[in-house]
Design a protein around this ligand. Structure first.
Ligand SMILES: Cc1cc2nc3c(=O)[nH]c(=O)nc-3n(C[C@H](O)[C@H](O)[C@H](O)COP(=O)(O)OP(=O)(O)OC[C@H]3O[C@@H](n4cnc5c(N)ncnc54)[C@H](O)[C@@H]3O)c2cc1C
Length: 427
């Protein structure tokens, strides 16, 4: 079979690529799963609906808003919380030290004032943290969280991913937040949006009816010299143009005759994987909670959690509620726990954090998501460039979070797919 344009992967980037190609180029998406959406997909357990991790939209891209805004949505002010040794601190921590003891506050503020001064070419993320927040805040909050979320030591990470993600307060803000809980919101986005019905994936719905997709098609071989893709079920497709949103290491693995330097570079790209733990609770949703929160204590495995029912009531049955936790692991920080032990750990976490009681737990669902975040280790750029250049030379457009191998939000992944479509249309 021949298709003018083959798109590998039916996440938001692949969907956007197909959507913007429109009818001008015959294009088909091939997705390995039995459902569209990739990381933007969701799943149901009885009347409970869960996304794949937190997922709220704060896009400012006009093109993304034009599609997302077709779906009725709620808006929220982002006010996440941080759990630390029995205390709940507002976000960002550095502006909201109020709940700490006076002794801790003195140390944190003093270290903030006397933080080491450094020029702007930071050797690594650890140096960046010490020079921006000082020793106390870095060591009690950022370093433990880095190991939980990035599964990497801060000294092994570079800093270009930070952008506006981490707030840099003035000293007045740090002092004020240490003395008062009435601090202004300093989150990097001012408004979060979420579909009223259908989970995060509903934002993709206007595109879904306009794209061609073949589900249950796992690409297992790519012969770029004959422009041929083979799938696990034995079927094949010849293409004129290829757009791939597969993770770079996964794509290189299925390709023929890859030079050893490129193969090695792809194998050295590191990413975190995600254990997603979704819990149904037989208690009504507490409306006073914040939608999501971060957990700093090393004894508790999850890095983050959120309440699906606070994003939309349509995610939970009436009089019941749910929570979803994220635990990250990687090649260099493996997690070897049986499902039963993980479920038990999570029940203890929700009891310790006083979120619910064991008797309220209706179910604990555990899923493994192989690719969650790319890890910004210091060799990332070298390895990524080598692989992407190789694909580029073969005329393969590699898109999305794991095709670009970058820390892309869903709107940026959308734009990545759109850009690939436009490139083809302009050829
Ligand atoms: C926990 C978490 C929370 C997030 N929260 C937010 C948020 O709040 N807001 C936001 O904007 N963004 C968020 N993101 C980012 C967002 O999910 C991604 O940017 C986006 O979904 C990536 O889309 P993609 O198409 O690039 O990749 P993916 O969604 O990973 O799509 C790739 C697709 O390729 C398929 N595939 C893989 N291998 C094969 C194969 N061999 N053959 C065929 N198909 C294959 C996969 O099944 C998948 O469907 C979050 C991400 C994570 C992990």
């Amino acid at each position: 079979m021949d298709t003018e344009t083959v798109i590998l992967g039916g996440g938001i980037s692949g969907i956007a690529a197909n959507y913007f190609l429109g009818k001008d180029k015959a294009a088909i998406i091939y997705e390995q799963r039995d459902s569209m959406g990739g990381l933007c997909d969701n799943f149901s357990i009885g009347a409970f609906k869960f996304d794949t991790g937190i997922h709220l939209s704060f896009t400012s891209f006009k093109e993304v808003r034009e599609v997302f805004d077709m779906t009725p949505y709620y808006t929220y002010s982002p006010e996440p919380m941080n759990y630390y040794k029995g205390l709940w601190l507002k976000q960002p921590i550095q502006n909201n030290l109020f709940p700490l003891t006076p002794e801790e506050k003195v140390k944190a503020v003093k270290d903030y004032i006397y933080k080491p001064v450094q020029a702007d070419d930071f050797e690594n993320y650890k140096c960046w943290l010490y020079s921006k927040y000082g020793k106390y805040i870095t060591e009690h909050f950022f370093l433990p969280y880095t190991e939980k979320y990035w599964c990497e030591r801060a000294e092994n990470m570079e800093t270009s991913w930070i952008g506006n993600r981490l707030y840099l307060p003035e000293i007045d803000e740090v002092l004020y937040g240490a003395m008062s809980s009435a601090t202004p919101n300093r989150y990097y986005a001012q408004e979060m949006r979420y579909p009223k019905e259908g989970g995060y994936k509903a934002f993709l719905k206007p595109m879904l009816s306009k794209v061609n997709i073949n589900l249950n098609k796992r690409a297992v071989k790519l012969d770029s010299s004959h422009k041929l893709v083979e799938f696990e079920d034995g079927s094949k497709v010849y293409y004129e143009n290829l757009i791939s949103s597969l993770p770079l290491p996964a794509l290189i693995k299925i390709m023929k005759d890859v030079p050893s330097a490129v193969k090695e570079a792809s194998e050295n790209l590191s990413a975190t994987s995600l254990i997603l733990i979704s819990i149904g609770l037989n208690v009504p949703q507490d409306e006073s909670k914040s939608i999501w929160f971060y957990i700093y204590d090393k004894d508790f495995l999850p890095a983050r959690a959120y309440y699906p029912g606070l994003k939309s009531k349509s995610n939970i049955p009436s009089h019941q509620s749910s929570l979803q936790f994220e635990i990250y692991y990687s090649r260099s920080k493996p997690l070897s726990m049986r499902k039963e032990a993980l479920a038990e750990h999570l029940i203890r976490v929700i009891e310790k954090l006083k979120l619910a009681n064991r008797k309220d737990v209706l179910f604990v669902d555990i899923k493994n998501i192989p690719y969650a975040n790319v890890i910004f280790d210091k060799k990332l750029y070298f390895n990524r460039n080598l692989v992407r250049q190789y694909l580029n030379n073969l005329g393969i457009q590699s898109i999305g979070r794991f095709g670009e191998w970058d820390y892309l939000w869903s709107d940026q992944s959308f734009m990545s797919g759109k850009k690939a479509a436009e490139k083809l249309l302009n050829m």
